[in-house]
Design a protein around this ligand. Sequence first.
Ligand code: PLP
Length: 368
Amino acid sequence: MIRLAKPYFGIEEETAVINVLKSGIVAAGPRVKKFEEDIAEYVTQSQGVAVSSGTAALHCALHCLNLSPGDEVITTPFTFIATINAILFCGAKPILVDVDEETYNINPKLIEKKITAKTKAIITVDLFGQACDYEQIQKIARDKNLILIEDACQAIGAKYQGKNAGSLGDIGVFSFYATKNITCGEGGMLVTNNAAFAQKAREFRNHGQKEAQRYNYLSLGYNYRMTDIEAALGIEQLKKIELFIAQRISNANLLSNELSKLSPDKIKLPIVKEENKHVFHQYTIRTASQIRDNLVAQLKEKEIEAGIFYPKPLHLYDHIRLLGYKEGDFPVAEKCAKEVISLPIHPQVTNEEIKYVAKCIRDFYEKN
Ligand SMILES: *Cc1c(COP(=O)(O)O)cnc(C)c1O
């Protein structure tokens, strides 16, 4: 089976983990601190706060804003559920805005009319590894005095106008889940240039305890700590990130080249905006909704794993519908959810495998 995602660990990760085990410090220790510094430096932010998942990082980021019940946070319905759940964790209301059909990212032109006196923040999601249109979004956030949180869980290493994903808002959030472009198994990180936010996040991840003052709990908090075992993996993975990204981009280019022989009314290839460096967390094409699931099944028969990200826009799940959303509210997200297919381009997929994937897709369209 050609898998959609496959983490790559070398002897460096093996050695690093064994060294942690031998050191006797397996919970949060010196490696967590180093991983925070390394990630912050990589994305040119002054602060990194490592946590147990991307979801936890989103929760910490929103906690920094002191939201009250009834406050509103704008985001997209075409994302992983964690983006919206984190808003709900804080008792705030997710206000959804439809996406752009080319990039699948939040459509900046639709944001302003959703802003009310209760709006406190915007969470952008750099979906599939491509940054949003930040020139427009940053201007809206500035003009309306909103905090901008960048969910860059899928986009570490991506760039917008030469600037790093994760550094394009007031707070950036990464995930190091097993399928992400670099991984610790599970893990997450919040990055920011705002020292007060970082301090608040550090307390929140550790039961609300004041830093370096045991049993001095300043407020409610959680156990969202990362372990030194995870951090040791992350440190080694980060050293390889440019290799991983270059291979993803090269694989994506080869696949686009092979698929470009098919007519654009059969499949739409990923579009990379000129101002973006897309890191292809997912390589996502679109096809007619009536044949989409057949194509996925056909590929599976050919030992190729294809993914659907995401099969349903989030406003159509029960706990989000309860907020007053219904089918038809976000037509572009709803259409994309029926048409998208993600294909394997991770760094361990070979050129021969990519050509095979493309051939199987071309064969499918000869009969469909
Ligand atoms: C993976 C992901 C998350 C959550 O990260 P976890 O580490 O799985 O908690 C949040 N948002 C987006 C867009 C993601 O892709």
